[in-house]
Design a protein around this ligand. Structure first.
Ligand code: 3HC
Length: 303
């Protein structure tokens, strides 16, 4: 099987990755923490940055449990995991981490103003060579790049939850992103052991989330119109379509807050009321029921 223009398999050519040794990840939430662990496991010196010590300690605790379990279950080598732990630092000193880093992956809150101001600060401190990427799936990097003096070194590098497991990374340039930056980010994702989907040009949601959103939108409308219960819609996705989890289970995994903020970010970009979050999602969001991370979302969780 091959694509119409590209041959199948490693379609992107072998970009070499000689220029990235140190990676900094901003934001120690579900995505940022696992992305940082992926980076450390792949052999890169990695700093995970957050504004406070508590989320960093929580992230460290959760990551160590994950990888220790992998060792117990024989899925990873104990020596590799110990080495990766030693390569990963947890810090609130963003400027110190960024001052000598080669590539920054921003995985902070899905809020344009926050991202723009963050990128301005990163640009002021990072060495000239440093590439700045955002893990955002909905805020395209052209909306952030002009907050820096290096738009050619900015793009989206989008991971999937749980980042330690999911193979796909989308690499999305904006019109001014250089080919060198795209190659570096592609090569880094491949060095992380990921399978890269490269977009020719940016569009909010990229490829995978646009596919996912179509299913999610339909699931929410079936639920909100009272056609079927959450459990049954999820069961249909799992048992009729062999999806690993149903759309509601997946929203709880990704985070209702993330789902809500992604819709709001899209609405800001499109102005289309059809982009707004479903009412049921908004209700959960307003009640702080964010899914697995708060113990309740569409489902309730014991831990
Ligand atoms: N983090 C890391 N590893 C995890 C994990 C997590 N949150 N949850 C499960 N795993 C790993 C563990 O190794 C686990 O084995 P263990 O329990 O022995 O340690 C193994 O996966 C199997 O887990 P489970 O038996 O609990 O469940 P599953 O077999 O269903 O696997 C899953 C879990 C990998 C999450 C699978 O259900 C799945 O692939 N679900 C779909 C995920 C998906 O679609 N992600 C994309 C979301 S969209 C997105 O991220 C875009 C963004 O922009 C919002």
């Amino acid at each position: 099987m091959s694509g119409s223009e590209n041959s199948a398999g490693a379609a992107h050519g072998a970009a070499s990755l000689t220029n990235v040794r140190h990676v900094t990840v901003i934001g120690s939430g579900t995505m940022g923490s696992q992305i940082a662990m992926v980076s450390a496991l792949a052999g890169f010196e990695t700093a995970l940055v957050d504004i406070a010590q508590d989320p960093l300690e929580l992230a460290k605790d959760q990551l160590w449990k994950r990888v220790d379990r992998d060792v117990e279950k024989g899925r990873r080598d104990g020596g590799d995991v110990t080495a990766a732990k030693n390569r990963l630092t947890f810090t609130t000193d963003r400027d110190a981490a960024v001052a000598s880093t080669d590539l920054v992956i921003e995985a902070a809150v899905e809020d344009l103003a926050v991202k723009r101001s963050l990128f301005t600060s990163l640009d002021a401190v990072a060495p000239e060579r440093t590439v700045l990427v955002t893990n955002s799936s909905n805020i395209v990097s052209s909306r952030i790049a002009d907050a820096t003096g290096r738009p050619e070194k900015v793009c989206n590098m989008h991971f999937f939850n749980p980042a330690l497991i999911m193979e796909c990374v989308e690499v999305v340039p904006h019109p001014e992103t250089s080919a060198e930056t795209v190659d570096t980010v592609t090569a880094l994702a491949e060095a992380f052991g990921k399978s890269v989907v490269r977009l020719r040009r940016e569009i909010p949601g990229f490829v995978a989330n646009r596919l996912l959103n179509a299913i999610r939108r339909e699931a929410l409308s079936l639920h909100d119109e009272g056609i079927a219960d959450v459990e049954d819609i999820d069961r249909a996705a799992r048992t009729a379509l062999r999806h690993p989890m149903g759309p509601f289970e997946l929203m709880d995994l990704v985070g209702i807050d993330v789902v809500y903020l992604i819709r709001m970010a899209e609405y800001e970009q499109t102005g289309d009321p059809g982009s707004l979050p479903a009412e049921s999602v908004t209700r959960l969001y307003e009640k702080g029921k964010y899914g697995r991370k708060t113990g309740e979302g569409w489902y309730t969780y014991s831990t």
